[in-house]
Design a protein. Structure first.
Length: 189
């Protein structure tokens, strides 16, 4: 009893290559997005640095310096946070694509294993029903374990995303408070 024909092996190899190339393309797309984001941030940072240097050179008293510091502090924190969020979104998008491919591969392999087990069950000699039942039970247990791990992973990703959002909110509030304190200090001076 032959399990796979040469044509099936060739089809499987072709599917694997297509999957690898597809994932490689997604990886490079994400790399391009991060690179474009970094170039954009670098250009913006250089322009703002140049503008801030001009402002610092035109300052005539310490109060203006404190006011400028307060003016620059909050947007810088918010921009850093926005950058982090953008990189996080790119990463989670890539992770979602990889998970989708992995799930599709798992489902396809699961179908093949089920078909193989059914074929073995049909062609099994008399008296081997117990062995076939054990094999089916093992496959069911593996599928149940996969589903449990899959659900736990999804929950972990949701928790991590929630924690990231909470940290981002806290960082924004801290930056706003620091800017407000610097502004008050500038007014007092």
């Amino acid at each position: 009893m032959s399990v796979l024909t040469p044509e099936q092996i060739a089809e499987n190899q072709k599917a694997v290559l297509e999957t690898v190339f597809g994932l490689t393309n997604k990886l490079f797309e994400s790399f391009e997005k991060v690179t474009e984001l970094n170039v954009q941030v670098l250009k913006q940072t250089l322009a703002e640095g140049q503008d801030n240097a001009r402002k610092v050179l035109s300052i005539k008293d310490p109060q203006e310096l404190l006011a400028l510091q307060a003016q620059v502090l909050q947007p810088a924190g918010e921009k850093a946070l926005a950058y982090s969020r953008h990189v996080y979104e790119i990463g989670t998008g890539l992770q979602a694509e990889i998970a989708k491919v992995a799930e599709a591969q798992y489902e396809e392999q699961n179908k093949k294993v089920q078909a193989l087990v059914e074929n073995v069950a049909k062609n099994a000699p008399a008296g081997s029903e117990t062995a076939v039942a054990v094999l089916k039970s093992a496959i069911t247990a593996a599928n149940t374990t996969y589903e449990t791990v899959h659900k736990a992973t999804k929950q972990a990703v949701e928790i991590a995303e929630s924690n990231f959002n909470a940290a981002a909110t806290a960082a924004t509030k801290a930056a706003q408070q620091a800017a407000a304190q610097a502004s008050r200090a500038a007014k007092k001076a």
